[in-house]
Write a protein that binds this ligand. Structure first.
Ligand code: SAM
Length: 214
C-alpha cells in the first residue's frame, strides 16, 4: 500500500477536525498527522480511513475513532520516555500514536488472529512496541510498574491488577461500564491504595473480553 500526497492531505484535515473537537495536545495532533491510518484498515474500508469514525478490523473488533484515540491519549499526559501499557492492541494504531509521542509501549491483545495480523504489520511499518498475546485484565506484572496504563475496550469494572501495576503518580485511563456507553475515567495513583478519580464523559467501546468468552 502507498502513502500518497492525497493521504497526507486527508490526515492534515483529520488532525484539524480532531483539534476543532477540543484536543489541545499538539503531540497527539502531530502523531495523527504522521501516521498512515489507511495502513491499519481492512481493505473494504481503506477509502474511509480519514473519516473521524471507528471501523471494523475483523474478529468483531474495531479501530477506534481518531477523536477517541486523541481524547484518551491526551488524558494520559504522555511525556517522552513514559512506560505505557495498552490493553487492547487491535489494529495497532493507538500503540503507534503512543510510540510517535516518544513513549515506550507494551501492548496486550486477547484475540490471537488480531495479534498475528497486527504484529507483522507494525514491524513492516518500523514500529516496535512490545506486543503480547494475553489477558489484559491481568496486565503485565513482569514489566510493572508503568507510568501510564490505557484500556481501549469497555471494562465492566476496574481490574485490581492494573491499579497495582501503576507507578505512584501514574495515570490509568479506562472506559468503565456494561451498557451501551461507558464512562471514561482518569485515575491517578496518589499513593499505594489511594486513587484520585476524574470522570470525563461517555464513549462507546467494544467490551473487554474475559477468559470465558474465548
Ligand atoms: N487500540 C485499538 C486500535 O488502536 O486499533 C482498538 C481497540 S478495540 C476498540 C479493543 C481491542 O481490545 C480489541 O482488539 C479486542 O480484541 C481487545 N481486547 C478485548 N478484551 C481484551 C482483553 N481482555 N485483553 C486484551 N485485549 C482485549
Amino acid at each position: 500500500m502507498k502513502d500518497t500526497y492525497k493521504h497526507k492531505g486527508l490526515r492534515k484535515q483529520l488532525a484539524e477536525e480532531v483539534r476543532s473537537k477540543g484536543i489541545k495536545d499538539e503531540n497527539v495532533l502531530i502523531a495523527i498527522e504522521n501516521i498512515p491510518r489507511h495502513f491499519f484498515m481492512d481493505s473494504s474500508f481503506v477509502e474511509f480511513a480519514y473519516q473521524d469514525k471507528p471501523f471494523p478490523i475483523g474478529s468483531g473488533q474495531t479501530i477506534s475513532q481518531p477523536y477517541t484515540v486523541a481524547f484518551q491519549t491526551e488524558l494520559l499526559e504522555i511525556k517522552k520516555g513514559d512506560k505505557v501499557l495498552e490493553i487492547g492492541t487491535g489494529s495497532g494504531y493507538q500503540a503507534c500514536v503512543l510510540l510517535e509521542m516518544g513513549a515506550r509501549v507494551y501492548t496486550i491483545e486477547r484475540i490471537k488472529t488480531l495479534f498475528n495480523k497486527t504484529k507483522p504489520l507494525l514491524e513492516q511499518m518500523n514500529y516496535f512496541p512490545k506486543m503480547y498475546y494475553g489477558d489484559g485484565y491481568k496486565g503485565l506484572p513482569t514489566f510493572a510498574p508503568f507510568d501510564k496504563i490505557l484500556v481501549t475496550a469497555a471494562a465492566p469494572f476496574i481490574p485490581e491488577a492494573l491499579l497495582q501495576q501503576l507507578k505512584i503518580g501514574g495515570i490509568l485511563v479506562i472506559p468503565v461500564g456494561v451498557g451501551d456507553t461507558q464512562q471514561m475515567q482518569k485515575i491517578i495513583k496518589v499513593e499505594d491504595g489511594v486513587f484520585d478519580t476524574k470522570t470525563c464523559g461517555y464513549f462507546r467501546f467494544v467490551p473487554l473480553l474475559n477468559d470465558r468468552t474465548l
